[in-house]
Design a protein around this ligand. Structure first.
Ligand code: DSN
Length: 430
């Protein structure tokens, strides 16, 4: 085990027992912690959740079957998990100012499946952002259930501005009359105009659904406009900027509550993961604090500083910058593909992902861009003063290394990454 861990606190008091009973898995858990600690984590959809959330995840709530909803279960022995789920629901409603919350979806994709289940039937037309312009697999991409079961129509960004083309959204909505209009995605650096989407949905009689998985943490932190009042339904994940456990949730208007609940269970899921529900409750309470709001503000400031630092070095930000926790960079100006950049950064201790950019001439597994996000670095305490150094490290890794860990420049960058992480460690308390 290369990283320092205290078996009494790492993953809760039972970690010591795991070391005894299954040293192979215990070793791998520690090496993954070591990996998370020893690199710059820039995957925009990842974060470092709190030890309290980890404790709830590692609890005996994992043992309990609780199909149904609080006070309406299909199993005995649910008194304690009922209290947990009621707390999670109330905390979610308060945090997001929502009329109804369902905290049972196992993941973002499961939450999205339930939204389809509530409002559409196979063969119906749905409309979302195209994946290669920043959307998501579950918004009708052809290999996803959503693309196979629904007639998916896709809007994108304007080639000129790289912002969502709202004229195109409206024209496609008028032409295709979708049942559902989805806003949101995985690589959208800018704030979305929810009012524009609402007006278009009203014009064609569609349900307006926001998939807020990426940015819901910024909404919780009150640094980005909330879609909750404008949308019929908002689905999200709890593990991105929000910094909770891996999982999903849905908030919606009271008029849709019964439909959404029936679509989550029993239509799409069986028993909820009660340890994850407890961890969501812990997370929602954490997000209601001034400390979390300051964190969310810092995530955006860092993201803007990082995007500017990369722009100065020739890594062009799509749309010219960012309003959120992520930015997307076109690498064609430095003559490196996204796939090569990801490999080179990895060898230098920097973890990010290749990403297609709008109108990308490359295939997705090559891609012309990279996506970078600041949730993890900000959790580690970095601020705008560190972002120029991070931009410099990324730029040098992308342009001056070859993807080999033996490369002298890659080794030098790794050394600088280690020094920086020494001052801003991940999980200093375990
Ligand atoms: N795969 C996630 C992301 O990285 O954005 C979204 O599902």
């Amino acid at each position: 085990m290369s990283t320092q861990v205290n078996p009494d606190t790492y993953y809760g008091p039972s970690f010591g027992a795991l070391v005894e009973s299954d040293p192979q898995i215990a070793e791998l858990l520690v090496s993954e912690l070591d990996r998370q600690r020893s690199g710059l984590q820039l995957i925009a959809s990842e974060n470092q959740t709190s030890p309290s959330v980890l404790a709830a995840l590692g609890s005996t709530l994992s043992n309990k079957y609780a199909e149904g909803y609080p006070d309406k279960r299909y199993y005995g022995g649910c008194a304690e998990v009922d209290k947990v789920e009621k707390l999670a629901i109330e905390r979610a409603k308060t945090l997001f100012g929502a009329e109804h919350a369902n905290v049972q979806p196992h993941s973002g994709a499961s939450a999205n499946q339930a939204v389809y289940g509530a409002f559409a039937k196979p063969g119906d037309t749905i409309m979302g952002m195209s994946l290669d312009h920043g959307g998501h697999l579950t918004h009708g991409f052809k290999v996803s259930f959503s693309g196979k079961w629904f007639n998916a129509v896709h809007y994108g960004v304007s080639q000129e501005t790289e912002h969502i083309d709202y004229d195109q959204v409206r024209a496609l909505a008028l032409e295709h009359r979708p049942k559902l209009i989805i806003a949101g995605g995985s690589a959208i650096p800018r704030a979305i105009d929810f009012a524009a989407f609402r007006a278009i949905a009203d014009e064609v009689g569609a349900i307006f659904w926001v998939d807020a998985a990426h940015f819901i943490g910024l909404v919780a932190g009150k640094v980005l406009e909330s879609p909750v009042d404008l949308a019929d339904v908002v689905s999200f994940t709890t593990h991105k900027v929000l910094r909770g456990p891996r999982g999903g949730a849905i908030v919606c208007k009271a008029e849709h509550a019964a439909k959404i609940d029936r679509a989550v269970f029993p239509m799409m899921q069986g028993g909820p993961l009660m340890h994850a529900v407890a961890a969501k409750a812990v997370n929602f309470a954490e997000c209601a604090t001034p400390g979390y709001q300051a964190y969310a503000r810092s995530v955006i400031e860092n993201s803007q500083a990082l995007a500017a630092g990369l722009a100065e070095r020739g890594l062009r930000p799509i749309t010219g910058g960012t309003d959120t926790h992520l930015s997307l960079h076109d690498l064609r100006g430095v003559g490196v593909t996204g796939a090569d950049a990801e490999l080179r950064c990895d060898a230098a201790g920097i973890v990010l992902n290749k990403n297609t950019i709008p109108f990308d001439p490359e295939k997705p597994n090559v891609a012309s861009g990279v996506r970078v996000g600041t949730p993890s670095l900000t959790t580690q305490g970095m601020g705008v003063d560190q972002m120029d150094q991070v931009a410099d490290l990324i730029h040098r890794a992308v342009t001056q290394t070859d993807g080999s860990a033996d490369n002298a420049t890659a080794q030098a960058i790794r050394g600088e990454v280690t020094d920086l992480l020494g001052a801003y460690p991940a999980y200093p308390t375990i």
